[in-house]
Design a protein around this ligand. Structure first.
Ligand code: RFL
Ligand code: PHB
Length: 392
């Protein structure tokens, strides 16, 4: 089969790109290794920047998000047994964030594609990309036992950190920047109403903890743990004990407990592959970069990439101009590195590091104290958290 843009991966980046291209009249085919159910059930991100929500609206897929999502105007920083609210909206001229799970975003975008009858292949096997250096790139895969080939003008590598697209670029053509953190997050989903209306980022001497949510009846909680830790070592009662200890305050605030319906451990890294384009292959989202989740940025960054990519393809097919395609990587990387900086900063401020000294701990506490006490510092956090403008 033939298409204009072959898209590998049906996560947030791939499904949003396919949707934006369709609206611009550009043909695409989406190829995904997992099943539709698997992609839509994966528990991942929960925080959407205002710009991501605005794009969902502008692309005509924001209706359910507006009905079911929870708009948040602030977050809490908790340390030394006290909570301090960062008023995001007040500090950013009225901007806010939305709690709407990644799987719902992907579901809305996938439903839009399927109901428009546009091609999307789930459970594709042995996916390979070829001739990205030449003028006739192709995507090969097996589906329902048959070998398929998609001949395309361009390939969009939206296949996440462990995908095949980045690997299709010669090693010498890429520069990799990477930092692996000496800790992980143990995340749980619990069937209980959130204990706070807003997210709580908590620094404790036993390590970081985060209170988030998925809905008025589902709480999402994380705690910093050793990356080598096995999940079997964390029975439910140990998780609740540890969370209660870290979230404890001087007041009578208490974390509500409920049945744990999902748990997992996520390692933490910062990663950037440059450039984000090689020949006719364009990378977006986790395929090109990973941020530690402390800034809640991964999904939002993936969406910012594909917004730029879709505009560049649309321009190319409308007018033949190649300039936006040629600028794609450098335009995205400016944002990527600002988001890397913010995610690293939040991570460094809030976690305990195994090799830290008493000096470091005091400095971290002073940094938190500075952020809550200085409008300038709080504004810097807030404007990054709600999302930097698309045109930086
Ligand atoms: P994804 O979501 O990994 O999607 C890639 C898709 O490609 C498929 N795939 C292939 N398809 C075809 N052929 C192949 N060879 C393939 N190999 C892989 C995969 O099955 C998959 O469906 O990447 P994408 O689209 O770039 O999206 C990135 C986001 O998913 C990610 O950055 C976020 O989930 C990160 N993240 C968060 N981001 C936020 O913006 N806000 C948050 O609150 C937030 N919290 C989180 C997070 C990530 C977490 N984990 C588990 C990594 C919390 C956690 C715990
Ligand atoms: C989440 O709800 O999963 C979440 C929220 C904020 C983060 C990371 C993850 O910084």
């Amino acid at each position: 089969m033939r298409t204009q843009v072959g898209i590998v991966g049906a996560g947030p980046a791939g499904t949003m790109l396919a949707h934006l291209l369709a609206r611009a009249g550009v043909d695409s085919v989406v190829i995904e290794t997992r099943s539709r159910e698997y992609v839509q059930e994966r528990v991942r991100a929960g925080v959407l920047e205002q710009g991501t929500c605005d794009l969902m609206d502008a692309a005509g897929v924001g209706a359910r998000m507006r009905r079911e999502g929870l708009v948040h105007h602030g977050i809490e920083l908790r340390f030394g047994g006290r909570g301090h609210r960062i008023d995001l909206s007040d500090l950013t001229g009225g901007r806010s964030i939305m709690i709407y799970p990644q799987r719902e975003v992907v579901k809305d975008l996938t439903d839009a594609r399927v109901s428009a009858g546009l091609p999307i292949y789930f459970e594709a096997e042995d996916v390979r990309v070829g001739d990205v250096d030449g003028d006739h790139p192709e995507i090969l895969f097996i589906h329902d036992g048959f070998e398929h080939r998609v001949d395309c003008d361009f390939v969009a590598g939206c296949d996440g950190f462990h995908g095949v697209c980045r690997e299709a670029i010669p090693r010498a053509a890429l520069t990799i920047y990477e930092r692996v953190y000496p800790f992980a997050w143990l995340g749980i989903l619990a069937e209980v109403a959130p204990s706070s209306d807003e997210l709580i980022y908590c620094s404790h001497e036993r390590g970081f903890a985060l209170h988030s949510m998925r809905s008025p009846s589902l709480t999402r909680l994380y705690l910093q743990c050793d990356p080598r830790e096995a999940i079997e070592n964390w029975p439910d009662d140990r998780i609740w004990r540890e969370l209660q200890t870290r979230f404890a305050t001087e007041s009578d605030w208490r974390l509500a407990e409920g049945p744990i319906v999902q748990k997992g451990i996520t390692p933490m890294r910062s990663f950037v592959a440059e450039p984000m384009r090689h020949g006719r292959l364009f990378l977006a989202g986790d395929a090109a970069h990973i941020v530690p989740p402390t800034g809640a940025k991964g999904l939002n960054l993936a969406v910012a990439d594909v917004k730029a990519m879709a505009a560049a393809f649309a321009e190319f097919y409308r007018s033949g101009r190649r300039e936006p395609l040629d600028n794609y990587s450098s335009v995205c990387l400016r944002r990527v590195w600002k988001v890397q900086r913010f995610s690293w900063w939040m991570t460094s401020m809030l976690h305990r590091f195994p090799d830290e000294t008493p000096f470091d701990w005091r400095r971290q506490q002073a940094e938190l104290d500075y952020v809550i006490g200085s409008r300038a510092a709080a504004t810097s956090l807030a404007e990054n958290y709600v999302g930097l403008p698309f045109d930086l």
